[in-house]
Write a protein that binds this ligand. Structure first.
Ligand code: SF4
Length: 454
């Protein structure tokens, strides 16, 4: 039993996830074809081969593709610079002229970048840019980060704050919608700005190292609200904070007796994996039970650096769950999402939520129909491990909270129970328990050839 596992070479614990013989996500997503053309983008054969043969050393290095990208576009930067998250932040690409030196911008991208004043800022880390095809404006990671003129169109039902977070905010920077949990908006800064961001109205500010007065007001609210047992620290991206301020915030939250669990919401392992240092994970593990929800969109985000970041977080004992926004032209097909969810499980991230894209201003080009989301979930459920199937939810506009969507399985019900449909389209019945039901011993019921409930 388990012989296959016993026969394997022992693997250093801090890189176990990074050493799995994974499929190349580029080839998988493109139907087994080589990646798009362009010397900087071609997936490096060494990326999987080398991680298998020399896991510890290789996991600490960049990929061959990112090395080529660094030498081409940041020739003055050393490998050590590239691996330093402060260097990555200091060298974010924020200006259209600089972006045009790296990507062959389409006319639409050029127009959108020139109009961008006042909207969500444009910023992307060198790391994330190195994973984008310079010649393909339809590349999925590029669509997530490079503005489109469609952002300036207002669709029906779209608004700046569709989830009414401001309405549910008792103090600035804190959202209290559900009875026992709050959202603590620790910063307005992100390493890179996703074009479909639900909080585009508020993110994009300068990196403020320590917003102590604002944090104090939110902490005082939590202290005087004993029903709050779960605090989600998000933003902006809380992992863009330095270790010291983040440690201070988590320590203060931990001191509140009724706060049982803390969650961090972040995209850092995808856009700035260099931030997940051993020092950070040592600090985070002092604040257990601490959970992390990672925002990931596409399997192409999961390069060796991101995989190593997840392994470090998982090895620190942090339960990891993923949140993915369903995005038209980016990930709205079952094969891409299945590959993403399978890849996440190999680095111990449990797919948790698949979100219908929120109707923020200028999001129509990103939003799929709900029917499409239901079709995708039907193509996943039952066709792969349950662990690889997240819950598909709509965060209800107007502040209704997350509503799970399962219409394809619930066919209806009457006084005796529910009619359900499984992944093979076969129908089953689940008997409803009745308040007034009386029971008899199972054996007696079986003898009588009938069910137990009367
Ligand atoms: S990382 Fe999150 S908060 Fe930041 S821009 Fe992306 S979706 Fe918005």
């Amino acid at each position: 039993m388990f012989k296959d596992f016993e026969d394997q070479e022992p693997v250093p614990p801090d890189v176990q996830g990074a050493t799995r013989p994974v499929k190349n996500p580029v080839a998988a997503v493109l139907g087994g074809q080589p990646g798009p053309v362009g010397p900087q983008f071609r997936p490096a054969p060494a990326e999987t081969h080398a991680t298998r043969s020399a896991p510890r050393a290789q996991a600490q290095r960049s990929t061959a593709a990112s090395e080529r990208f660094r030498r081409t576009h940041f020739p003055e930067a050393t490998r050590a610079d590239w691996a330093d998250w402060h260097w990555q932040l200091a060298n974010r690409v924020t200006r259209p002229e600089r972006l045009a030196e790296i990507l062959n911008l389409s006319e639409d991208e050029q127009a959108a970048l020139s109009w961008a004043k006042g909207a969500l800022p444009f910023a992307v880390t060198p790391h994330y840019l190195s994973r984008i095809d310079p010649d393909d404006a339809t590349h999925p990671l590029r669509k997530c980060m490079v503005p489109s003129t469609m952002e300036h169109m207002l669709g029906a039902g779209e608004s700046e704050d569709p989830l009414h977070e401001e309405h549910d905010s008792p103090v600035p920077g804190l959202v209290h919608r559900y009875p026992d949990r709050v959202l603590f908006l620790a910063t307005r800064f992100c390493a890179a700005y996703c074009r479909y961001c639900t909080r585009s109205r508020m993110v994009g500010g300068a990196a403020v190292p320590f917003e102590r007065p604002r944090w104090e007001a939110a902490l005082e609210y939590i202290e005087r609200t004993p029903q709050v047992r779960d605090v989600l620290v998000s933003g902006g991206d809380p992992l863009t904070l330095e270790d010291g301020p983040l440690d201070w915030l988590l320590t203060r939250l931990r001191r509140i007796p009724h706060v049982e669990m803390i969650r961090l919401g972040t995209k850092v392992p995808m856009v700035l994996p260099q931030r997940v240092t051993p020092a950070l994970t040592r600090m985070l593990k002092r604040h257990h039970p601490l959970f992390i929800s990672v925002h990931c969109t596409h399997p192409l985000e999961l390069g060796p650096e991101s995989r190593q970041a997840f392994v470090r977080l998982a090895d620190a004992g942090i339960p990891l769950g993923s949140q993915t926004v369903l995005l038209k032209g980016v990930n709205d097909d079952p094969a891409t999402l299945k590959e993403l969810f399978h890849q996440l499980l190999t680095v111990r991230v449990r797919p948790y939520y698949l979100y219908q894209c929120d109707p923020i201003q200028g999001s129509a080009h990103f939003r799929t129909t709900v029917e499409r989301g239901i079709e995708i979930m039907s193509a996943l459920r039952g066709h792969t491990s349950g662990y690889a199937v997240p819950t598909y939810v709509i965060d209800a506009p107007g502040g209704g909270g997350k509503i799970p969507i399962y219409p394809e399985t619930m066919l209806g019900h009457d006084e005796t129970g529910w009619r359900l449909r499984n992944y093979e389209n076969r129908e089953f019945r689940y008997p409803e328990v009745r308040e007034d039901a009386s029971c008899e011993p199972a054996a007696a019921a079986a003898d009588a050839g009938k069910g137990v409930l009367q």
